[in-house]
Design a protein around this ligand. Structure first.
Ligand SMILES: [Zn+2]
Length: 247
């Protein structure tokens, strides 16, 4: 393998490592972001539960007021019953009293149900608050961890960038440009190995895109240290096996 291709291989190895380190940094940042979104959702849920508690409480308060005014009315009816001057009046007041008592009982049930709902919501809010505390502690720990790991990864990134600069030194500028363009196009994969399409025939394909390669490219690769790009995908081609094409 020629010196330029050698250098390009070194560059490719560094490029792979660089992309991997960047991917790790991004994945850590995304992880913390996802946790923060969970935290925000919990806070939102707690705020919504607060509103529901206030509504349920005011509903129960209103029913209780209603119940109290019924009680007062019942007390008045009892007095009226004691002071009834005829059987007819007595019977009429008694009927009203029974209706009001039944209504008061229904209201009492409704008040209890309303207060039960308030309790239930408060319990739910308590659970949510506990989850929030747990989640907050987890986010804080994850942030600390990410910061620590990112510092390590960033140091590695800086080292790799310096390595890349050094590895690029011996490479002609136009070849370097071709490498970088191809990297951009193929997600960091600038090199492709030449492969035999068929074990018994001299048909060669690009290992990157699997398209056939003209024989002159193979000849040029075998005889000179010339950079050859796949006419289809533009990846820079190499023949790995010494003196021939790997199969
Ligand atoms: Zn190709």
């Amino acid at each position: 393998m020629g010196a330029t291709l050698d250098a390009l291989h070194r560059l490719q190895t560094i490029e792979d490592a660089l992309r991997e380190v960047r991917r790790q940094i991004e994945s850590k940042v995304r992880g913390v972001q996802a946790q923060k979104r969970r935290l925000a959702r919990l806070e939102q849920e707690i705020a919504e539960t607060d509103i529901q508690i206030r509504q349920a409480q005011s509903g129960a308060d209103k029913l209780e007021l209603d119940r109290k005014s019924h009680e007062a009315h019942i007390a008045k009816l009892r007095d009226a019953l004691n002071q009834a001057k005829s059987n007819k009046e007595y019977a009429a007041v008694l009927t009203q009293l029974n209706i009001d008592k039944a209504n008061a009982l229904k209201l009492e049930d409704a008040v209890l149900a309303g207060l039960g709902k308030v309790d239930e919501l408060k319990k739910r809010r308590q659970q949510l608050r506990e989850s929030l505390e747990t989640e907050r502690a987890r986010v804080a720990a994850a942030e600390l961890e990410t910061e620590r790991e990112s510092a390590g990864l960033k140091a590695r990134l800086a080292q790799l960038e310096a390595d890349r600069e050094q590895a690029a030194e011996g490479i002609p500028p136009e070849t370097l440009q071709a490498f970088e363009r191809t990297c951009e196009h193929h997600d960091g994969e600038a090199l492709a190995q030449v492969q035999r399409a068929h074990p018994k025939r001299s048909d060669y394909i690009c290992g990157g895109c699997n398209m056939g390669l003209p024989l002159e490219i193979i000849n040029a690769l075998q005889s000179r240290d010339l950079v050859q790009q796949c006419p289809n995908c533009r990846r820079i081609l190499y023949i790995d096996a010494p003196g021939g094409v790997s199969v």
